[in-house]
Design a protein around this ligand. Structure first.
Ligand code: FES
Length: 311
């Protein structure tokens, strides 16, 4: 984890059934770095456990960072640790905020699709877009009303539809997305199956209007070939074998490369690509960003042939 800082856990609150809210404050007088809706931080939850959590944006409080964590979710040991072992007053190492899921402020209409704990970046976007008087709609699926985070705020909020999936009668993404006008921006965060479905349902839309965030890396079953990577700043040429990553090879060669999750979800290892085509295997970049072949995550993405990168 790079660019990190130390913060103090100053509050743990009930958010919804099985979901707690954690608030961190700076140790000294320096305020924490500002961030925009959609940003996340890496949290070193335990010695060997670093996880990504979306920051909950609140216009009124820039002095704190707040995250929400669902017990027993995909993060396994990190959520268990935070739910059962965190103590108010203890210190945590975190990264500075990183935003791979920003709002396109030029857009005139925004539709947000949240599933479960995926509400955390989207509530921030909803608040920001509402405050800036943009046209915004949000659909939020959670199992039951008592497992709906921010329910008090969202139950009667304009443009928001809450769906309880346990009732069995909730509409599906496939019922909602076709009704979104073609000029609108769409954003999705939720369980992997939901984001897969979102990608399928938006595949024929303008990629620049489609945004989603995942916090788990899908399995990649494409074969990998060896290639060379030229490090533009030093001119060094490194060979990346089929079973190794660019990041591993760079670290082994003593090159100073940033990284955190090492599985293509956090964006810490992003570098500029100066020449060559990329086999993107991360979950950070959307379709439009991938098409440019001008940036890549070196912890997992590979060259379709040889590459020159800005490192
Ligand atoms: S280290 Fe997290 S995306 Fe590469």
């Amino acid at each position: 984890m790079t660019d990190d800082l130390t913060v103090r856990l100053v509050a743990v609150e009930y958010g919804a059934a099985g979901i707690n809210r954690y608030r961190f404050a700076p140790l000294g007088d320096e305020p924490l770095p500002a961030f925009e809706p959609g940003a996340h931080i890496d949290v070193r939850v335990a010695a060997e456990v670093v996880k990504q959590y979306s920051l909950i944006w609140s216009a009124g409080d820039t002095g704190r960072y707040e995250i929400a964590v669902r017990a027993g979710d995909r993060d396994g040991s990190s959520s268990r640790h935070l739910h059962h072992e965190s103590v108010v007053g203890s210190d945590y190492r975190i990264s500075t905020p990183r935003n791979n899921f920003g709002i396109d402020a030029e857009g005139t209409e925004h539709h947000l699709f949240a599933g479960g704990i995926g509400i955390t970046p989207l509530i921030s976007m909803y608040r920001w877009l509402t405050a800036s008087k943009s046209t915004v709609r949000m659909d939020y699926w959670s199992p039951t009303a008592d497992r709906t985070l921010f329910r008090d705020e969202l139950a009667d909020a304009p443009g928001v539809s809450l769906f309880a999936t346990a009732a069995g009668s909730a509409p599906r993404l496939a019922d909602r997305i076709p009704g979104v006008p073609s000029h609108a921006h769409l954003y999705c965060c939720g369980p992997p199956a939901m984001v897969d479905e979102f990608d399928r349902l938006t595949a024929d839309r303008d990629p620049a209007l489609v945004h989603r965030e995942r916090f788990t890396a899908p399995a990649v079953d494409r074969p990998a070939d060896a290639f060379t990577v030229t490090l533009h700043r030093s001119g060094r040429v490194l060979t990346v074998p089929a079973n190794r990553s660019i990041l591993e090879i760079c670290c082994e060669a003593g090159v100073d490369a940033e990284f955190s999750c090492e599985e293509g979800v956090c964006g810490a290892c992003e570098v500029k690509v100066l020449a060559g085509a990329v086999d993107h295997r991360d979950t950070v970049l959307g379709p439009a960003e991938r098409a440019g072949h001008d940036r890549m995550m070196i912890c997992c993405s590979r060259g379709r042939g040889d590459l020159v990168i800005d490192l």
